[in-house]
Design a protein around this ligand. Structure first.
Ligand code: HEC
Ligand code: HEC
Length: 211
């Protein structure tokens, strides 16, 4: 009897050792607490900001949000942050990596209240750039990385659909000028470098209307 028990225990133990190590699970309640106390003033209690300068965070991939929070922190030894924002630097600096994971998981789990496209005259141009890029200047289709409906790919590319057009436009300009340079392999800087102001505005407005 004793031996049988020992065998079962051994079998359970080896089974557990074979299972993949799960990532530490995010604590949504803790995430919500941070969101309510610190972030809600600008991003809304559920990540549906109402002001275009403050991006919507609702339904964004949590790993992308956590990466941005890490990138906003000033580097070691006085090095500048990988993504410079006078506003976000201070908030990001106060978050531990557990806090960042929890608050990112909370916002990622909220339902997005999407924006709308507003400019009928540029929708066609915006759609063409989003779906097909700008072939003669080597601008890749946004859809190739961000998905056909702007839904993004977890672990790789952020969702864009329903975001404020002005925020999208501002980020494209920041990638073009190099003010934002936290994109792996300069993927966004190379894309934005070859786009005109009018093209950025058109694709940003189209993205606001994507679902
Ligand atoms: C005082 C207003 C303010 C507060 C409070 C604030 N943010 Fe922000 N946040 C901003 C602004 C403005 C930006 C856009 C920065 C830029 O233009 O690059 C931003 C950007 C972000 C981004 C990048 C989103 C993206 O799509 O790339 C994340 C993630 C974020 N904030 C998370 C948080 C979290 C989490 C908190 C609370 C701990 C917080 N923010 C508190 C104003 C704020
Ligand atoms: C080769 C892949 C690739 C292509 C093509 C691409 N992107 Fe991106 N994009 C990325 C990656 C990767 C990021 C995230 C960068 C980071 O980690 O901060 C990003 C980020 C962004 C952001 C910032 C989102 C936020 O919430 O701050 C915007 C806006 C954006 N892309 C718009 C576009 C548009 C518009 C196009 C088409 C003209 C496009 N992208 C084409 C890979 C791509």
């Amino acid at each position: 009897m004793k031996l049988r028990c020992a065998l079962i225990v051994a079998a359970l133990a080896s089974g557990a050792a074979l299972a993949a190590q799960p990532l530490p699970k995010a604590d949504l309640a803790k995430g919500q607490q941070i969101a309510t106390q610190v972030c809600a003033a600008c991003h809304g209690p559920d990540g549906n900001s109402t002001i275009a300068a403050n991006p919507k965070l609702a339904a964004q991939h949590p790993d992308y949000l956590a990466k941005q929070l890490a990138n906003f922190k000033p580097g070691a030894g006085g090095k500048p942050a990988e993504r410079e924002s006078a506003i976000m630097a201070g908030f990001a600096a106060t978050l531990s990596s557990d806090d960042a994971r929890n608050v990112s998981a909370f916002f990622g789990a909220q339902k997005l209240i999407p924006e709308k496209a507003r400019n009928k005259n540029t929708i066609e141009l915006g759609q063409r750039i989003f779906r097909a890029g700008i072939a003669d200047r080597g601008v890749a289709a946004c859809a190739g990385c961000h998905g056909p409906r702007g839904e993004g790919i977890p672990g790789q590319f952020p969702a864009l659909a329903g975001q404020f057009a002005d925020y999208i436009d501002a980020q494209l300009q920041a990638f073009r000028s190099g003010a934002r340079a936290n994109d792996p392999n300069a993927m966004m800087r190379m894309t934005a470098a070859r786009m005109s102001d009018a093209e950025m505005k058109a694709v940003a407005d189209y993205i606001a209307g994507l679902r």
